[in-house]
Design a protein around this ligand. Structure first.
Ligand code: F3S
Length: 755
């Protein structure tokens, strides 16, 4: 089971020749990111230098990973591609559709009842098409991937934005929409705009309360949620080598929160240690054999300004623990300033919950360090002021942490141990009282803290920090608590201070597990039947989207002009809606319900020009669609930030939206729109956003001449009869224009398949 050593051997066998060819072609020393990219060119050896941030390049990723919420749509699409088996090793991980409420055992049972139909579907499709299946409770996709599949110098894609986590083991791992996964699983090239490169030099060594999480919390503060867009972030320097592999994973994981395409680290001893500890000594030996190719060239790291588009330097010795939030992961506050910030901004300082887990921070080391703080609370007679919830990252981590007594420490503090799954991180947290929508504060070790994400309450102020800081703050019950300097009053009325966390990077006695939850697919799956009930509420076979009719889109109406942050959570909310991820029509009832209408500053209230009435976005869109009136969506900056879920593109497409016109896009969402046959456009002049009015009628003037690098002209006819013609830029190349014309990328694959 598990990883495919022959595949890794084949990848490494190509490395020396491919790197030599890339070096010759590029004509200068190479970064690690470039080495991995050039080693995975679809065409083989490099014959041209690609322009960063400009050239579209075809790659051949080594693996695909999918989580249960996105896998449904990815596999429904793959089933249409007409293939017998996946072309590269692929896995499905059941982690999102699992509740966090009463505790692991009961929650898992309840989730199997509630989502059994979907799990059975995923299991049978996996079995049929040769896909490895990780059952509910086996763990969170990215923790399972780094433990079992990630390998230095590899390239993978995954239908989840935190696929980037595998950069901790030296991969270029990229989050994509399901349609991209279908390309790779169908044996086709996968296209990506050659990324720009950001170098982060880490000097010094962490000490005290500082952890790997603080590196990325600091970077997020510097670069903001869109500062990494279109870039690979490469970490290097002595400080990088001093971090554990899973710590590196944490840093790469939250690269998604700065919009980075991915992040990565060069192969080093920490990775070799991790590979050996997780039963992959053979991979470590293979990597040792080509290690000069699995890190950037010396010249690059000694003179980074000449080779990276941007360089940031962080001294780990002086880095303070950070607490980021609320409502956005880039609002970075060093712990020494958090009390003042909280008072200034009127954030509630009473902490109600401390949550440890998520794909970002659920490794053995994370649990070990956090439990050392929990143990101190017991030893020093401190009473925990907030509730505690823990989601171990995988069954292997859980089993080992249980064996080593780490979970018992949390249980002694009355913590609830939830299933090895995403749980509260994806809104699957049945938090008592959340419906009252009271203003409150929680701290967690997750990556995202957008409004409503964890518990559906828009007034929950969620702060992101390291697991050990979560433990300390939850024990104190005070957001302003700084464990580096402050004391707490214990049960005996004595002032006590918490010592800095300690914890093994890897379990001293090695990892152990009885049943890791993996299920190998059938060797020949041709006889496996995949059942989708026609009246299922959860699953629906897909109908192909209509191809473009070759004419300009005219007479379109504005569905919504979104104002401010419009993430994929705003476009296609998670939480209770997760249950419809395999049913396009049903999930379309959440389309854009979280987006703020620029004209009335309300969510889910837009004007229909057919009736003059305000109503929910999905119902309004359905009204236009039924009347045969095309619609467009207008948005602000970094539209579609966040998750890789393609539902955020498919739902508007399904509801009759033809184009999304925004100030700027998040990368994955822009690609998802293109793949689903939508027009993803950006204002050539940002100020034109203000010209869009609620009652406009919209006409495309030259869509019939749609061509790469040629802006499109769009006419906005206002209700008083006046007009504005604005220019919209786009990044479509010839192939992508082909997707638009065919109605979707999948429609094109099917046509190819029939030839
Ligand atoms: Fe799951 Fe949250 Fe990660 S939803 S995959 S734990 S970001």
């Amino acid at each position: 089971m598990a990883f495919d050593i022959e595949m890794i051997k084949a990848v490494y066998a190509k490395y020396p020749e491919r790197i030599a060819a890339a070096r010759k072609t590029v004509g200068k020393p190479l970064t690690l990111a470039e080495k991995i990219l050039y080693a995975h060119l679809w065409e083989g050896n490099a014959t041209e230098t690609y322009a960063r941030g400009k050239s579209y390049v075809d790659f051949a990723p080594d693996r695909v990973a999918m989580q249960d919420a996105t896998a449904q749509m990815a596999l429904l699409q793959f089933m249409q591609a007409g293939k017998k088996k996946v072309a590269v090793p692929s896995t499905v991980h059941c982690d999102h559709l699992i509740l966090a409420q009463k505790g692991a055992k009961q929650d898992l049972r309840d989730s199997l009842t509630a989502s059994g139909e979907v799990f059975n579907f995923l299991e049978s499709v996996s079995n049929k098409y040769g896909i490895g299946f990780w059952k509910p409770g086996a763990g969170i996709i990215h923790q399972v991937v780094i433990e079992n599949y990630a390998f230095p110098g590899g390239m993978m894609i995954g239908t989840d934005s935190h696929t980037v986590n595998a950069g901790g083991l030296g991969m270029v791992a990229i989050g994509v929409g399901g349609a991209d996964a279908v390309d790779v699983m169908a044996g086709m090239a996968w296209e990506l705009k050659f990324p720009k490169l950001i170098g982060v030099k880490l000097t010094g060594k962490m000490n005290g309360w500082t952890s790997a999480k603080d590196v990325i919390l600091k970077v997020a503060g510097i670069l903001t949620v869109k500062g990494g867009t279109g870039c690979i972030v490469e970490y290097f320097g002595e400080g990088a080598k001093s971090l554990s592999a899973t710590g590196k994973g944490t840093i790469c994981n939250m690269g998604a929160e700065i919009g980075a395409t991915t992040s990565t680290f060069g192969y080093d001893d920490s990775m070799a240690r991790y590979l050996k500890s997780t039963g992959r000594e053979d991979v470590a030996l293979l990597a040792d054999g080509i290690k000069e190719h699995l890190t950037g060239d010396d010249e690059v790291y000694s003179n980074p300004e000449s080779y990276f588009d941007q360089v940031i330097e962080i001294d780990l010795s002086t880095l303070e623990p950070h607490i980021n939030g609320p409502f956005t992961p880039d609002r970075a506050t060093p712990v020494s300033q958090i009390r003042a910030e909280a008072e200034k901004n009127d954030w509630p300082t009473k902490v109600e919950w401390g949550l440890i887990g998520s794909c970002t921070n659920s490794s053995y080391e994370d649990l070990a360090r956090a439990s050392s703080i929990a143990q101190q609370a017991i030893d020093k007679k401190l009473k925990t002021k907030a509730d505690f919830g823990i989601n171990p990252g995988s069954e292997q981590v859980r089993f080992t942490a249980d064996r080593d007594g780490l979970l018992r420490i949390f249980e002694n503090l009355d913590a609830t141990i939830f299933t090895n799954a995403c749980g509260p991180c994806i809104g699957q947290w049945a938090r008592t009282g959340a419906d009252k929508q009271e203003k409150n504060t929680i701290v967690h070790s997750f990556n995202r803290n957008f409004s409503k994400r964890a518990d559906g309450n828009p007034n929950t102020h969620a702060f992101v920090t390291s697991p050990e800081m979560v433990a300390a703050i939850a024990i104190s019950g005070d957001l302003g608590f700084n464990p580096l300097t402050d004391t707490l009053l214990n049960e005996d009325g004595v002032e006590v201070k918490l010592d800095p966390p300690v914890g093994d990077e890897l379990p001293e006695k090695g990892f152990a597990v009885e049943d890791n939850g993996y299920q190998e697919p059938a060797l020949d799956g041709s006889g496996v039947e995949v059942i989708v009930n026609v009246d299922s509420k959860r699953l629906q076979l897909l109908e192909p989207f209509e191809p473009w009719n070759g004419h300009n889109i005219t007479g379109a109406k504005l569905l919504i002009k979104a104002f401010g942050k419009c993430t994929t959570d705003h476009i296609s909310m998670a939480g209770p809606w997760l249950r419809f991820r395999g049913h396009l029509d049903n999930i379309s009832d959440n389309c854009l319900i979280g987006a703020v209408n620029a004209f009335n500053e309300q969510t889910n209230s837009v004007k229909s020009q057919l009736t003059g009435e305000y109503g929910p976005v999905p119902a309004t869109a359905r009204g236009y669609k039924a009347a045969g009136v095309p619609t467009i969506v207008v948005g602000d900056h970094n539209y579609g930030e966040g998750s890789s879920r393609e539902h955020a593109a498919m739902e508007p497409r399904h509801l009759g939206v033809k184009a999304v016109l925004v100030k700027s896009f998040a990368r994955i969402h822009e690609t998802n729109l293109k793949k689903q046959g939508m027009l993803g456009l950006t204002f050539a002049n940002e100020a034109d956003y203000d010209k869009v009015k609620e009652d406009d009628t919209i006409n495309f003037l030259d869509l019939d001449q749609f061509a790469p690098e040629k802006p499109l002209a769009i006419e906005f006819v206002h209700s008083d009869g006046s007009k504005d013609v604005i220019l919209a830029n786009h990044s479509y190349n010839d192939a992508q224009i082909g997707w638009f014309k065919a109605g979707s990328a999948l429609n094109l694959i099917k046509t190819e398949q029939k030839k």
